[in-house]
Design a protein around this ligand. Structure first.
Ligand code: ATP
Ligand code: MG
Length: 467
C-alpha cells in the first residue's frame, strides 16, 4: 500500500479510536451499576473486590488512551496532516491493537470473576472481533481471532479442570453446574469461536469494499482540493497582471489622446479634411480602448471587495435621473422615446453613488443601443417587497434563452449583435458585480424582437446600517 492510501485511513482510525474511548466510559458506568445491583440487590456470591479492581484498571487505561490521543496527532473530526502519512497510520494501528488487547484482557478477567463461560456476557468477545476487523489488517485480525479463541478455551477448559478457580453463578444456575459438563465447555468454545470467525469474515469483506470506496473518494477530493488551490493561485496572479497591465496602459493612451485632441483643435497647424477624419476616428477608437481599460480596472476593484467601504445613504432617484438625462440626446438622435417614471417617496438606501451610476449607465446604454430607431425605452422605480426596484425595459432586439443564461459572464456578447453593434461584453458582468456587492439582485426577461426588461433590486437599509 502506498502512503497516499494510508493517510485517509489514519483519519478513519482517529474517529473510531475516539468512539471506543467513549464507548468504554459507557461500559464502565454500566458495569458498575450491574455489579452494584448484583452485590446489593441480588446478593450474588462473587469476588466483587477483584471485579471492581478490574473495572478500575479499565478506567485508568481508558484515561491514558484518551490523554494520549489528545496529546498526539489524533484529532477526532479532522484528518491528520498529509506529511504524517504512513507514520500516522502505523501509530493508529498500534494504538488500535493496544486498545483491543487491553480490552480483551479486561474482559477475560471480568468474565473469569463472574462465572467464566457460564456468563452470557461471553458474547462480548464477538464485539471485539468486529472492532478488530474494522480497524486492523488481515494479520492483525487473524491474531486477534486466535487470541479470542484461546481466551474462551482457557476460560472454559482451565476452569473445568480446576487450573483456574471457577466462580459459580449460583443465583442463576442453582445447584446445576454446567461447567462440570465437558460437552457444555466444548460447545460454548466451539459456538463462540465459530461466531467469531463467521462474523469477522463477513465484516472483513464488507469493510474491504467500504474502505476501497472511501479511499478513492478521499484521494479524489484531496486531488481536487490541490487543483483548486493551484487554480486560485493562478487566478490571483492573472488578476494582478491584468490590473498592472490595464493601469499602465491608461497613461500612454491619455497622452496620445490629448495630442490628437490638440491636433484636432488645430494647435499643430491646419489639417486637410482627410487628416481630420483620420484623427477623429483615432480619438474615437482610443476613447473606446480607454473605456475598456476602465471596465477591466473596475472589475478588479469590485472583485477585491473595496466597494463596501465607500457606501453612503443616497437617494437612488437622484442618481438615476442624472443618468437618464445623459441619454436624452442619444435617444433623440435615434428617435427613441425615453420615459422616466420615478416612484413616489422611494426610501434612501446605502449605496456607492458612482458605482450605482455605472450600473444605470450600462443598463440604459444597452437599452438604447439594442433598440432600433423609433423604439421605446422606459426607466421606472418601485418600492418592492425586497427592496428598491429599478426597472429598465425596451422594445428592442431582445435576447434568446441561451443569451440570458450567459448574460452576466465576462466578455459575453450575443452572436446576434457581434457584427452590427460595438462592445466588449464586459458591461453587464461589471453591473452584476456591483449589484452583488450591494447584496442586491439583477434579473433579465426578454423575448426576441419584442424587447428586454432588466430589474435591479437593492435591499432597503435599516436604521442600524445607516449609522
Ligand atoms: P459593453 O461592454 O461595451 O457594454 P456590450 O453591450 O456588448 O458591450 P454588455 O453590456 O455586457 O456588453 O452586454 C452583453 C450582451 O448582452 C450584449 O452584447 C447584448 O448581446 C446583450 N444585451 C445586453 N443588453 C441588452 C438589451 N437591452 N437588449 C438586447 N440585448 C442586450
Ligand atoms: Mg453594454
Amino acid at each position: 500500500m502506498n502512503a497516499n492510501v494510508e493517510m485517509p485511513r489514519t483519519m478513519y482510525f482517529s474517529y473510531h479510536l475516539y468512539f471506543f474511548v467513549k464507548a468504554r466510559w459507557l461500559f464502565i458506568s454500566g458495569a458498575v451499576v450491574v455489579l452494584l445491583i448484583a452485590k446489593n440487590i441480588i446478593n450474588m456470591d462473587l469476588p466483587f473486590n477483584e471485579l471492581f479492581i478490574t473495572l478500575g484498571i479499565v478506567l485508568l487505561y481508558n484515561i491514558f488512551f484518551w490523554l494520549y490521543m489528545r496529546k498526539t496527532n489524533f484529532h477526532e473530526n479532522q484528518c491528520c496532516k498529509s506529511e504524517e502519512g504512513i507514520q500516522g497510520w502505523k501509530q493508529a494501528t498500534r494504538l488500535a491493537r493496544a486498545q483491543i488487547v487491553f480490552d480483551l484482557a479486561a474482559l477475560f478477567f471480568l468474565l473469569h470473576f463472574s462465572g467464566g463461560v457460564e456468563n452470557p456476557f461471553i458474547v462480548f468477545f464477538v464485539l471485539h472481533m468486529v472492532a478488530a476487523t474494522i480497524l486492523l489488517e488481515r494479520t492483525g485480525v487473524m491474531l486477534i481471532a486466535m487470541l479470542i479463541t484461546g481466551m474462551i478455551c482457557s476460560l472454559g477448559f482451565f476452569e473445568h479442570m480446576g487450573i483456574l478457580k471457577h466462580h459459580h453463578l449460583g443465583n442463576f444456575y442453582g445447584d446445576f453446574e454446567p461447567l462440570k459438563s465437558i460437552l457444555f465447555v466444548t460447545g460454548v468454545s466451539v459456538v463462540i469461536s465459530a461466531m467469531n470467525i463467521c462474523l469477522s469474515l463477513l465484516v472483513y469483506f464488507m469493510m474491504k469494499e467500504i474502505r476501497r470506496h472511501r479511499d478513492t473518494i478521499v484521494l479524489l477530493s484531496e486531488d481536487l482540493a490541490k487543483k483548486n488551490e493551484r487554480l486560485l493561485k493562478m487566478d490571483a496572479r492573472r488578476k494582478q497582471t491584468m490590473a498592472i497591465a490595464s493601469h499602465d496602459l491608461k497613461s500612454p493612451i491619455d497622452a496620445v489622446s490629448s495630442y490628437l485632441n490638440m491636433m484636432e483643435a488645430g494647435y499643430a497647424g491646419d489639417l486637410t479634411e482627410k487628416q481630420l477624419g483620420i484623427i477623429t476616428k483615432s480619438i474615437s477608437r482610443l476613447k473606446k480602448l480607454r473605456e475598456f481599460i476602465s471596465d477591466v480596472l473596475d472589475w478588479q476593484t469590485i472583485e477585491r471587495g473595496e466597494l463596501r467601504q465607500v457606501m453612503k445613504i443616497e437617494n437612488v432617484e437622484n442618481i438615476l435621473s442624472d443618468v437618464v438625462d445623459d441619454y436624452k440626446d442619444t435617444a433623440v438622435r435615434k428617435n427613441i422615446t425615453l420615459n422616466y417614471l420615478p416612484a413616489d417617496n422611494l426610501p434612501d438606501i446605502m449605496v456607492s453613488k458612482n458605482r450605482l451610476a455605472q450600473v444605470f449607465d450600462n443598463l440604459i446604454s444597452n437599452a438604447v443601443k439594442y433598440t432600433d430607431d423609433n423604439g421605446e425605452v422606459t426607466v421606472k422605480t418601485n418600492a418592492g417587497r425586497d427592496g428598491v426596484e429599478i426597472i429598465i425595459s425596451d422594445n428592442g432586439i431582445g435576447l434568446s434563452d441561451d443569451d440570458i443564461s450567459h448574460l452576466f459572464e465576462d466578455f459575453y456578447r450575443s452572436p446576434r449583435v457581434k457584427k452590427s453593434y460595438d462592445g466588449t461584453g464586459l458591461g453587464l458582468s461589471v453591473v452584476k458585480r456591483i449589484v452583488d456587492a450591494h447584496h442586491g439582485n439583477i434579473t433579465a426577461k426578454s423575448e426576441i424582437n419584442k424587447g428586454t426588461t432588466f430589474t435591479v433590486t437593492l435591499p432597503f437599509t435599516n436604521e442600524k446600517e445607516s449609522k
